[in-house]
Design a protein around this ligand. Structure first.
Ligand code: FES
Length: 156
């Protein structure tokens, strides 16, 4: 009897974890990130520990734990863009703006994300800012783009 009860508890636990991923994806889509409050709420609702939720979410690079910046910069790190020098863009943001993958600047102007192939390899290396695609980028044009987004004409 005790075995059956343990099996049932494990089964319920598996089902709760199974529903976790689609739920996290939905929250990420609608809110742009997974806030502490949201994770706490999901934890209570599904009766899954917050640690477990963080464990699952941090395994997938698409999940963010900070709100996106006003300008969300996605650098394609797929093969064609990688070969074309896209990792230099990430490095430039780290060195020149102190911003790494999954981070947002303190003023919330920029957030940075390295992503997989965006499906436009013919114009690689590719960067996307708030859904707008910029192709055939190099480190100089990339940083010019970032600087243009910092200009005073663009209110934060
Ligand atoms: S590898 Fe970057 S768009 Fe395909």
């Amino acid at each position: 009897m005790a075995v059956n009860t343990a099996d049932a508890v494990q089964q319920r636990s598996r089902e709760r974890r199974k529903s976790l991923l689609p739920l996290l994806k939905k929250v990420q889509e609608t809110e742009g990130y997974l806030s502490r409050e949201t994770i706490r709420h999901i934890s209570r609702t599904l009766r899954v520990s917050e640690n477990e939720i963080y464990g699952v979410a941090s395994f997938y690079p698409q999940f963010r734990f900070q709100p996106p910046g006003r300008y969300h910069i996605q650098v394609c790190l797929g093969t064609a863009c990688h070969v074309g020098g896209a990792p230099n863009f990430m490095e430039a943001m780290k060195i020149e703006r102190g911003l790494g993958h999954g981070q947002t600047t303190p003023d919330r102007r920029f957030s940075l994300e390295g992503v997989g192939c965006l499906g436009c390899c013919a114009i690689s290396p590719v960067v996307v800012v708030n859904g707008e695609v910029y192709g055939r980028m190099n480190r100089v044009t990339f940083m010019r783009l970032v600087e243009s987004l910092e200009s005073p004409e663009k209110p934060s």
